[in-house]
Design a protein around this ligand. Structure first.
Ligand code: MG
Length: 237
């Protein structure tokens, strides 16, 4: 998972750098496939997962997660782009996501993006052997809400190993001191999803894309992490 995670982090950096006005989300997806499969000879964890048709989930603006890359989706200045993908190696999977600003974005979108990433690292401050998942969720939720953003509830982080999605659910909200306890050597994906407006979401008719109900922009930031005795090791930076 360390080996796969390092590749995933690099691929996310390269694909993020290629995201410019005029580029389609399909082109970004093809680039991710080329890097993972052809260059690194590894497995794109999301491709064909539950029938998903692409290497990366690529979502724009009010799309929260699970967007399907398309030739018709052309990046424009001011958009928020979300890249979410996985890399498998030796039968084990990794999962990570980034939000990327396309050109100049509005100040509120920039803040949404920054605070979402901060929420992940606020979570990491409390995560170690023995931490309860409610304590992790509460740390993420508090930072989001203090900044005026809402936390998506229906989608959560998750355990990860030979399968991309394993138990337990890892919510981005919760009550300090409640929930399951994590322990050393557990591997989980922590992935705050924050909306600029209300927290409610729905699924589009394509059976995949999740959007905000109020049409407000959404941001996502995720890494696969190993719990250690005194903290975490982040595998997908
Ligand atoms: Mg995930």
């Amino acid at each position: 998972m360390r080996i796969a995670g390092k590749v995933l982090g690099e691929v996310l950096n390269l694909v993020s750098a290629a995201a410019k006005p005029g580029v389609t989300t399909k082109e970004l997806d093809e680039y991710a496939y080329e890097l993972i499969v052809k260059e690194h000879k590894m497995v794109p964890s999301f491709l064909h997962y539950d029938g998903f048709p692409a290497t990366f989930c690529i979502s724009l603006d009010d799309e929260v997660v699970h967007g399907i890359p398309s030739k018709k989706r052309i990046l424009r200045e001011g958009m928020l782009l979300k890249l979410d993908g996985g890399v498998g190696y030796g039968g084990y999977q990794t999962d990570a996501a980034r939000t990327v600003a396309i050109g100049e974005v509005s100040a509120e979108k920039r803040r949404l993006m920054d605070v979402t990433k901060e929420c992940f690292f606020e979570g990491m401050k409390v995560l170690k052997n023995g931490t309860r998942l409610g304590t992790l969720g509460a740390a993420i939720q508090a930072h989001a809400e203090k900044n005026g953003f809402s936390v998506v509830r229906e989608l959560t982080g998750h355990g990860i190993g030979t399968d991309v999605h394993e138990d337990p659910d890892v919510p981005n909200y919760g009550k300090e001191g409640h929930g399951l306890r994590v322990c050393t050597n557990m591997v989980i994906a922590v992935e705050p999803m924050l909306n600029l407006g209300r927290r409610e979401i729905w699924q589009k008719n394509d059976g995949w894309t999740i959007v905000t109900r109020d049409g407000s922009p959404s941001a996502h930031y995720e890494n696969t992490v190993v719990i250690t005795d005194d903290g975490v090791e982040i595998l997908t930076l």
